[in-house]
Design a protein around this ligand. Sequence first.
Ligand code: AMP
Length: 282
Amino acid sequence: MKVIATITELQQTLTPLRQGGAKIALVPTMGALHNGHLSLIAAAQKQADIVVCSIFVNPTQFTDPKDLEKYPRPLEHDIKMLTEAGCNFVFMPSVKEMYPSYPTPENWKIDLGPAEFVLEGEFRKGHYQGVTQIVYKLFDAVKPEVAFFGQKDFQQVLMIKNMVLELGLAVDIVTCPIIRETDGLAMSSRNIHLNKADREHSLALSKALFYIEENYTTQPIDRLVEQAKAMISSVEGVELDYLTIVNGDTLLPIKEKASNNTVALIAAKVGETRLIDNVIIN
Ligand code: AMP
């Protein structure tokens, strides 16, 4: 696997491959890779000839400077994982490479629809402008035919699809299922910050979601949400930001049950670490 740090080198490397007919896939990440990330690499390998994984801790999507500072960056471990997975290229640019005028902000404001401002958008103001800004730049640098994202960040995939529509980009967006630890916790780079007690308490999130999933057909929506919230509040050290059952396009809470496009989403602080998770109900 080749490690590439500049857009110029990336394009010098990929252009001849593309011209030779290779289908190029991109898997954008912020590193601290785990099996969730590797599942995206594996899915990309099935659908494309060349897989580029990007590792870039994107400053413009962080609303809390402390969160940005303490974001894990185990680069050697990541390169080893990607090499073993048979990834072709890893693109690891500097902040200046992606944002030449950093820290002076660049102009980026795109209409992502009203779903930008709910859930994560409410708790992390401007987050999806930062996410779409870097994903646009990565698409422009790599020029992939297809890009792979995780359902783990459900709202993020929706926002990226909305950007692709809004800007008319020729990139297929593929969503891959959530990879979990055997006890149910959704894998996340942030799990590394959980101490032993937090790690136990963190199970409340997936348990509450699985409760909703299992009881969806037999209980009214209000009761499901109420019960699931009670499960969370009974666990010490878990502070809920939201737990909601929504339409998967609008991300607005549903009042009546629907037969498709229903998702339950949760965000909570476990100790000092903020975690998100979701289940697609139908
Ligand atoms: P991140 O490095 O956290 O920005 O994530 C990079 C990509 O991996 C995003 O598309 C995430 O949704 C995806 N991802 C993160 N965790 C998981 C997981 N547990 N299962 C599947 N995909 C994941």
